[in-house]
Design a protein around this ligand. Structure first.
Ligand SMILES: O=P(O)(O)OC[C@@H](O)[C@@H](O)c1c[nH]c2ccccc12
Length: 258
C-alpha cells in the first residue's frame, strides 16, 4: 500500500508546477504546544474523512467545523489530512482551517520532495509529517532541515524499532512519532509505543499515533513517556468533536487555558 501511495505522490509532484499563493497567517509552534499540554498528555486531533484501511469514517464532513470543535474541546494541535486519493483530504481544508483556529496546524501527507514542503509553507501549515521508510533517512534529514529553515516544524514518524534506530543514527528530530499502525499491513498495536519508548532521546518529544480510543489507551502510552497522542478515527466517529475529546480523556479537566 505504502508503495502505491508513494507512486501516486511521485506523479503529483511532477504535476506540481505552480504553487499556490502564500497565505498570510500567524504561526503557532507544535513543539511548544506539546510541551505545555492542556491535559496530562497533549492531543493532536486529526481531521480525517476516510482512510485506505477504514474507508469513509465520517459522511457529513465539514473540516472547519470539526477543527474549531477540536479547539473548543481543548485539543493542543490539529492534524489535517491533505492527501486526496487515499484519505479524501485536500490542501484547501488546511488553509481554511488555519484561518479559523489559534493552535498549531500540521499537514498530514506523504512528503518526499522539497516542492511539497514549499507548498506546505504556502498553504499556511505550522508543521508537517515526515515518514521514515518513504525516502532514505539521509534524504529525510535534508527535507527536515529544509522544512525548519523555512519555519516549518516536523513530526518524524517511525513504525518499526529498526527504523527508529536507523533514524537516530542519522539525526535526532525534535518531535518523534511512533505510529502504532503498520502502514504496510494496517495492523494497529499500542505495544509499538511501549516497545520503542525507551529508545526516544531525552530532549525529543514523543507522540504516540493511531489506534487510540479510550482513556486507558492514553494512560498506557502516557506511562511510558508519551508527551502527545495523535487521534483521528475515534474523534471523527464521535457525535461532535468536543464530546469525542471529553469521552476520550474520560472527563479529565483542562489544566490551563494558556
Ligand atoms: O485514526 P487513528 O487510528 O486515530 O490514527 C490517526 C493518525 O495517527 C493516522 O491517521 C496516521 C498516522 N500516520 C499516518 C501517515 C499517513 C496517513 C495517516 C496517518
Amino acid at each position: 500500500m505504502l508503495e502505491k501511495i508513494l507512486e501516486t505522490k511521485r506523479q503529483e509532484i511532477v504535476q506540481l508546477t505552480t504553487l499556490p499563493e502564500q497565505i498570510n497567517v500567524r504561526h503557532f509552534s507544535l513543539f511548544e504546544a506539546l510541551s505545555h499540554p492542556n491535559r496530562s498528555v497533549g492531543l493532536i486531533a486529526e481531521v480525517k474523512k476516510a482512510s485506505p484501511s477504514k474507508g469513509i469514517i465520517r459522511e457529513d464532513f465539514e473540516p472547519v467545523t470539526i477543527a474549531t470543535g477540536y479547539e473548543k474541546g481543548g485539543a493542543d494541535a490539529i492534524s489535517v489530512l491533505t492527501d486526496v486519493s487515499y484519505f479524501q483530504g485536500h490542501r484547501d481544508y488546511l488553509t481554511a482551517i488555519k484561518q479559523e483556529v489559534s493552535i498549531p496546524v500540521m499537514r498530514k501527507d506523504f512528503i518526499i520532495d522539497k516542492k511539497q514542503i514549499d507548498e506546505t509553507k504556502r498553504i499556511g501549515a505550522d508543521a508537517m509529517l515526515l515518514i521514515v521508510g518513504t525516502v532514505p533517512v539521509e534524504d529525510l534529514k535534508q527535507l527536515y532541515d529544509y522544512a525548519y529553515s523555512i519555519g516549518l516544524e516536523c513530526l518524524v514518524e517511525v513504525h518499526a524499532k529498526e527504523e527508529l534506530v536507523e533514524l537516530l543514527a542519522c539525526f535526532t528530530p525534535k518531535i518523534i512519532g511512533v505510529n502504532n499502525r503498520n502502514l504496510k499491513t494496517f495492523e494497529t498495536s499500542l505495544s509499538q509505543t511501549e516497545e520503542m519508548a525507551s529508545l526516544i532521546p531525552e530532549g525529543s518529544l514523543f507522540v504516540s499515533e493511531s489506534g487510540i480510543f479510550h482513556r486507558e489507551d492514553i494512560e498506557r502510552v502516557g506511562k511510558v513517556g508519551a508527551s502527545g497522542i495523535l487521534v483521528g478515527e475515534s474523534l471523527m466517529r464521535a457525535e461532535s468533536p468536543e464530546v469525542g475529546i471529553a469521552a476520550l480523556f474520560g472527563g479529565e479537566a483542562i489544566a490551563s487555558s494558556s
